[in-house]
Design a binder for this molecule. Structure first.
Ligand SMILES: [Zn+2]
Length: 70
């Protein structure tokens, strides 16, 4: 019997699109949060970053890394 599951309770994935949020080119940034760890990806310049997330009471604060990496 196969007991594997692709939707375990520990897996929490959230995705959103942040328009004009890329620190490098100003393009749209796709943000994915997996188990509390965020990864952002710009579809225009392909810049990938791991922004820091902070939960402040009823809102979420996102710190995008503005340093470009080649
Ligand atoms: Zn970009």
């Amino acid at each position: 019997m196969d007991t594997r599951s692709t939707n375990t309770p520990e897996t929490d994935i959230r995705e959103t699109l942040l328009p004009d949020a890329c620190a490098v080119c100003g393009g749209d940034v796709h943000l994915r949060v997996l188990n509390g760890k965020a990864t952002s990806y710009c579809g225009t310049c392909h810049h990938i970053a791991h922004p820091k997330l902070k939960v402040l009471h009823d809102r979420l604060e996102l710190a995008l890394d503005s340093t470009a990496k080649a």
